[in-house]
Design a protein around this ligand. Structure first.
Ligand code: NAD
Length: 358
């Protein structure tokens, strides 16, 4: 029996987690699903959105499934991602026939965007210009303008790139590309930075990624983030593993999700040291549709499939993914974002029915 801790977050996070947990509970899989206090309800009773007992349960669980964060539960995702140091973000972008892609030829979109979760410009390290000017008055940009020339009004943010974290994520991306190559994919890492503007910080990430890919015997490409964005729209079927620095991965994974059919479809896994990981949709709490029961549960169901792979139930994870594919192909039980009239729960129930007969 595997223990899964489900943390809804808020907004549609609650709806998609409820529907997905119901699906998992009726799937017949050897899972014990627990839902410790979190979010606004926990704040009411415990004075914090993430009580210590919930953290402990999440640390000890075989799998952690998160819904979506919003203003009152951002502390939950901050803890999962940053305090638990889940540095490796895995965001599969895959088109299933029947998904409502805005592209003319989405057939064959099947790549994985890897997001370095721990460094870059996140989690925000910001300060006052007065302090920066005091500490580093003569730090100049590439045009020769010194920090002190900006004056002491305003704020700054710090971007960090260390060789350790760059190498860790590059090797992680390469290992995934090798695994995919063994299943017939091209075995290619496309690295995304802005090294033309940031040759030292982003340049370090790029060089590290290139070295790791060469050592792993993989094809390597590098594109600046602006060019990469257009390529993900124009050539999505030629992508394999797309390795991104933190902010670029955050932005491009929404773009990638949309090419496949929408933000409600994109899952993620976030991996830390020692085999700990948590799984969540790429989307947020969607206040514009929250409470109406119409959120697409696909991203959370596919995140659960990634979680099943992680906890050693690989063939069930694949079966769950295939069940999602069948529901899209059938096309009769889709949520409004995909052109249907089904509720979140009805769509999740259609997936579990397909899973049982799959
Ligand atoms: P969002 O992802 O919540 O929503 C963007 C758009 O996509 C909205 O129009 C929404 O209706 C739609 N959408 C998202 N998920 C959907 C689904 N499952 N089915 C159908 N439509 C869906 O982004 P936002 O509106 O910019 O942010 C709302 C809140 O979510 C903010 O507080 C933000 O900080 C937070 N957020 C959290 C995460 C996370 O938990 N990892 C990610 C992004 C945003």
């Amino acid at each position: 029996m595997k223990t899964v801790v489900a943390l809804p977050g808020e907004g549609i996070g609650i709806e998609v987690i409820d529907a997905t947990c119901e699906l998992l509970a009726s799937s017949g899989l050897p899972l014990k699903i627990v839902t410790p206090p979190q979010g606004a309800a926990a704040t009411k009773s415990y004075g914090t959105p993430l009580p210590e007992e919930t953290k402990q349960a999440a640390r000890e669980a075989d799998g952690v499934l998160f819904g979506a964060a919003g203003p009152s539960s951002s502390a939950v995702v901050s803890w999962l991602r940053w305090e638990m140091r889940a540095w490796g973000g895995v965001r599969p972008i895959r088109f299933f026939p029947g998904m409502r892609s805005p592209l003319a030829n989405p057939e064959g979109i099947d790549y994985v965007l890897i997001r370095e979760n721990s460094e870059g410009i996140y989690p925000g390290r910001e300060g006052d210009m007065a302090d920066l000017v005091r500490l580093m008055p003569d730090l100049t940009d590439r045009s020769g303008r010194a920090v002190k020339d900006y004056g002491t009004e305003g704020r700054f943010a710090v971007k960090i790139v260390t060789p350790t974290a760059a190498e860790r994520i590059a090797r992680f991306a390469c290992a995934l590309a090798q695994k995919r190559r063994a299943r017939g994919k091209p075995g290619k890492v496309m690295c995304v930075t802005k090294s033309n503007v940031l040759p030292r910080s982003d340049g370090l990430f790029q060089e590290t990624a290139e070295r790791a890919a060469r050592e792993a015997g993989l094809a390597f490409e590098h594109f600046h983030v602006d060019d990469a964005a257009r390529r993900l729209v124009r050539f999505p079927t030629s992508m394999d593993v797309v390795l991104c620095m933190n902010l670029y991965g955050d932005v491009l994974s929404d773009l990638g999700a949309e090419t496949a059919g929408g933000l409600g479809l994109a899952p993620s896994g976030n991996f830390g040291d020692g085999g700990w990981a948590y799984f969540e949709s790429v989307h947020g709490s969607a206040p514009d549709i929250a409470g109406r029961g119409i959120a697409n549960p696909t991203a959370t169901i596919l995140s659960a499939a990634l979680m099943l792979n992680h906890v050693g139930l690989e063939s069930d994870g694949e079966r769950l993914e295939a069940a999602v594919g069948r529901v899209y192909r059938d096309g009769t039980t889709l949520t409004p974002d995909q052109g249907g009239t089904a509720t979140t729960r009805q769509m999740a129930q259609a997936v579990v029915a397909a899973f049982r007969t799959g």
